[in-house]
Design a protein around this ligand. Structure first.
Ligand SMILES: *[C@@H]1O[C@H](CO)[C@@H](O)[C@H](O)[C@H]1NC(C)=O
Ligand SMILES: *[C@@H]1O[C@H](CO)[C@@H](O)[C@H](O)[C@H]1NC(C)=O
Ligand SMILES: *[C@@H]1O[C@H](CO)[C@@H](O)[C@H](O)[C@H]1NC(C)=O
Ligand SMILES: *[C@@H]1O[C@H](CO)[C@@H](O)[C@H](O)[C@H]1NC(C)=O
Ligand SMILES: *[C@@H]1O[C@H](CO)[C@@H](O)[C@H](O)[C@H]1NC(C)=O
Ligand SMILES: *[C@@H]1O[C@H](CO)[C@@H](O)[C@H](O)[C@H]1NC(C)=O
Ligand SMILES: *[C@@H]1O[C@H](CO)[C@@H](O)[C@H](O)[C@H]1NC(C)=O
Ligand SMILES: *[C@@H]1O[C@H](CO)[C@@H](O)[C@H](O)[C@H]1NC(C)=O
Ligand SMILES: *[C@@H]1O[C@H](CO)[C@@H](O)[C@H](O)[C@H]1NC(C)=O
Ligand SMILES: *[C@@H]1O[C@H](CO)[C@@H](O)[C@H](O)[C@H]1NC(C)=O
Ligand SMILES: *[C@@H]1O[C@H](CO)[C@@H](O)[C@H](O)[C@H]1NC(C)=O
Ligand SMILES: *[C@@H]1O[C@H](CO)[C@@H](O)[C@H](O)[C@H]1NC(C)=O
Length: 461
C-alpha cells in the first residue's frame, strides 16, 4: 500500500517535471531561448506563450499580434528586468497586468492600440525606470495611474490622444526625470498638475492644444531645466504660470497664439537663459513682462509680425548691460510708426523713439508727528525729506522727496521716483515700503510703522 502510494507520488512528480519542461520548451519552440533571454519577436503570436520560465531576465515579444494581457501573465518572475511588448495590438491594460515584478526596469508598450489604462495596471514595480506608452490610443490618464513607481525615470506618453492632465496624474515620482507627452490633444493643464516631482528635468508638451497657462501650471519643480510648449494654442500666459523653478534654463513657446505679454508673465526665474516666443501674434509687451530674470541671454521674438515697437525691451537690454555688464540678445522685428498711417519693420532693439527710457511714479507718505507740530517747525519737514531721500538712495532709480505741508499733526510728502522702464510701479512700491519698515534712521526720526502710511495713489483727504 505504502509502495503503491510512493510510486504514484513519484509518477506524479515525473509527470509534473515532464509537463513543466514541455511547457518551458513550448515557449522555446515558438521563440528562441538563450540562457535567461527569450526572443519571441516577429513570431505571429496572438497571445503571450505560457508558462514563462521563472528564471527569465529578458523577454522580447515585439512585432506580434498580441491583443490582450491577462492579469497574472507576468507574475512570479523575480529576475525579469526587461519586457518588450511594443508593436502589438494590445487594447487595454487591466488592473494587475504588471505587478510584483521586483526586478523589472524597462517596460515597453509603445506602438500598440492601448486606449484604456486601469489605475492599477502598474503595481509594485519598485525598480521600473523606463515606461514607454507612446504611439497608442490613450485618451485619458487617470489620477494615480503612476503612483508607487519609485524608480521611474522616463515616462513617454507622446503620440496619443490624451486631452488633459489632471492633478495627481504624476504623483510621488521621486525619480521622474523625463516626462514626454508631445503630440497629444491636451487642452488644459490644471494648476498643480506637476507636483512633488523633485527630479523632473524636462517636460515635453509640444504639439498639443493647450489654450492658456494658468497661475500654478508649473511650480515647485526644483530640477526642471527645460519646458517645451511650442505648437499649442496658448493665447494667454497668466502671472504666476511659472513659479519657483530655480533651475529652469529654457522655455519654448514658439508657434502659439500669444497676443500680449502682461506684467509678471515671466518673473523670478533665476536660471532662465533662453526664452523662445517666436511665431506668435504678440502685439504688446507690458512693462514688467520680464521681471527678475538675471540669467536671460536669449529672447527670441521673431515673426510676431504685428508687434509695435516699444521702449521696454531696449530698456531691459540697456539696464542689464549697464547694471550687470551682460548682453541680452533680442531677436525679431517690430513695427515703427513713421507717420501717415505707415509703419516700418525694424529690429526690436533699434527703436529709438522713446524720449525717456524711464518711468516715473509718485507715491505719497503721510506722517503723523507725535513730536512736533509741522506748522511750527517747517524746516523739519524739509530735513525729513532729505533723510528719506538718503535712505532710498540705494534702490534702483532716483528718488526725489518733497515736503508738501501739513494739516493738524499730519505731514504730507511726495516721493517721486524715476526708474528704468523695466520696473513696475508695484515693484518700486514694495521696495520703498520695505525701506520704511527696516530703516533705523527713519525710525529715529519718529517715522514708525504705526504713524506713517504710504500710498501709491493720491488719496482724497
Ligand atoms: C529575434 O528573432 C527575430 C525573428 O526571428 C530575429 O529577426 C531577430 O534577429 C532576433 N533577435 C535577436 C536579438 O536575436
Ligand atoms: C526585439 O526584437 C526585435 C526584432 O528582432 C529587434 O528589432 C529588437 O531590437 C529587439 N529588442 C531588443 C530591445 O532587443
Ligand atoms: C507570420 O505570418 C506571415 C503572414 O501570414 C507569414 O508570411 C510569416 O512567415 C509568419 N511568420 C512566422 C514566424 O510564422
Ligand atoms: C534570480 O537570480 C538570482 C541571482 O542570480 C538567483 O539566485 C535566483 O535563483 C534567480 N531566481 C530564479 C527564479 O531563477
Ligand atoms: C484600435 O482599436 C480601435 C477600437 O478601439 C479599432 O477601431 C482600430 O481598428 C484598432 N486599430 C488597430 C491598428 O488595431
Ligand atoms: C518670418 O519673418 C521673416 C522676416 O520678417 C520673413 O522673411 C518670413 O517670411 C517670416 N516667416 C513666416 C513663416 O512668417
Ligand atoms: C489710417 O488707417 C485707418 C484704417 O486703415 C483709417 O481708418 C484712417 O483714416 C487712416 N488715417 C490716416 C490719417 O490716414
Ligand atoms: C541706458 O542706461 C543708462 C544707465 O542706467 C542710462 O543713463 C541711459 O539713459 C540708458 N539709455 C537708454 C537708451 O535706455
Ligand atoms: C534741519 O537741518 C538744518 C541743516 O542741517 C539744521 O540746521 C536744522 O536745525 C534742521 N532743522 C530741524 C528742525 O531739525
Ligand atoms: C547703501 O549701500 C552701501 C553698500 O551696501 C551701504 O554701505 C550703505 O549703508 C547703504 N546706504 C543706505 C542709506 O542704506
Ligand atoms: C517726477 O520727476 C520727473 C522727472 O524728474 C518729472 O518729470 C515729474 O514731473 C515729477 N513728478 C512730480 C509729481 O513731481
Ligand atoms: C494719523 O492721524 C489721523 C487723525 O488722528 C488718523 O485718522 C490716521 O489714522 C493717522 N494715520 C497714521 C498713519 O497714523
Amino acid at each position: 500500500m505504502f509502495h503503491q502510494l510512493k510510486s504514484t507520488f513519484v509518477l506524479v512528480l515525473f509527470l509534473r517535471l515532464f509537463l513543466e519542461s514541455r511547457a518551458a520548451l513550448d515557449i522555446c519552440i515558438k521563440c528562441s531561448c538563450q540562457g535567461n533571454r527569450i526572443n519571441c519577436s516577429s513570431r505571429n503570436l496572438t497571445s503571450v506563450p505560457r508558462p514563462i520560465p521563472p528564471n527569465i531576465e529578458y523577454l522580447n515579444l515585439t512585432f506580434n499580434h498580441i491583443n490582450e494581457i491577462k492579469p497574472g501573465t507576468f507574475q512570479n518572475l523575480p529576475n525579469l528586468t526587461t519586457l518588450y511588448l511594443n508593436n502589438n495590438d494590445i487594447k487595454e491594460l487591466k488592473a494587475g497586468s504588471f505587478q510584483n515584478l521586483p526586478s523589472l526596469g524597462g517596460l515597453y508598450l509603445h506602438e500598440n492600440n492601448i486606449s484604456e489604462i486601469h489605475v492599477e495596471a502598474f503595481q509594485k514595480l519598485p525598480n521600473l525606470v523606463d515606461l514607454y506608452l507612446n504611439n497608442n490610443d490613450i485618451k485619458e490618464l487617470k489620477a494615480g495611474s503612476f503612483q508607487n513607481l519609485p524608480s521611474l525615470r522616463t515616462l513617454t506618453t507622446y503620440s496619443n490622444h490624451i486631452n488633459e492632465i489632471k492633478p495627481g496624474t504624476f504623483q510621488n515620482l521621486p525619480n521622474l526625470r523625463y516626462l514626454v507627452s508631445h503630440k497629444n490633444d491636451i487642452k488644459e493643464i490644471h494648476a498643480g498638475a506637476f507636483q512633488n516631482l523633485p527630479s523632473l528635468r524636462e517636460i515635453l508638451l509640444y504639439d498639443n492644444d493647450i489654450k492658456e497657462l494658468k497661475a500654478g501650471s508649473f511650480e515647485n519643480l526644483p530640477n526642471l531645466r527645460v519646458l517645451v510648449l511650442h505648437e499649442n494654442d496658448i493665447k494667454e500666459i497668466h502671472a504666476g504660470a511659472f513659479q519657483n523653478l530655480p533651475r529652469l534654463d529654457a522655455i519654448y513657446l514658439h508657434y502659439n497664439d500669444i497676443k500680449e505679454l502682461k506684467a509678471g508673465s515671466f518673473q523670478n526665474l533665476p536660471s532662465l537663459t533662453t526664452l523662445v516666443l517666436a511665431y506668435n501674434d504678440i502685439r504688446k509687451i507690458e512693462s514688467g513682462a520680464f521681471q527678475n530674470l538675471p540669467s536671460l541671454t536669449d529672447l527670441d521674438l521673431k515673426n510676431n509680425t504685428g508687434m509695435m515697437c516699444g521702449c521696454y525691451l531696449p530698456a531691459l537690454v540697456n539696464y542689464t548691460k549697464t547694471t550687470f555688464n551682460r548682453k541680452v540678445t533680442v531677436r525679431g522685428q517690430c513695427q515703427a510708426d513713421v507717420g501717415n498711417n505707415q509703419t516700418k519693420s525694424i529690429p526690436i532693439l533699434e527703436y529709438s523713439e522713446c524720449k525717456s527710457w524711464t518711468n516715473s511714479f509718485v507715491f505719497y507718505l503721510i506722517f503723523n508727528s507725535t513730536l512736533k507740530k509741522f506748522n511750527e517747525y517747517k524746516s523739519s519737514g524739509v530735513n525729513i525729506s532729505r533723510a528719506i531721500e538718503h535712505e532710498l538712495s540705494n534702490l534702483t532709480g532716483t528718488f526725489e522727496v518733497a515736503y508738501c505741508g501739513s494739516e493738524n499733526n499730519s505731514g504730507v510728502f511726495t516721493i517721486n521716483c524715476t526708474v528704468s522702464l523695466i520696473f513696475t510701479k508695484d515693484q518700486i512700491f514694495k521696495q520703498v515700503s520695505e525701506t520704511f519698515k527696516t530703516s533705523q534712521t527713519l525710525r529715529d526720526l519718529g517715522l514708525q510703522q504705526g504713524n506713517t502710511e504710504l500710498f501709491d495713489e493720491m488719496a482724497v483727504w
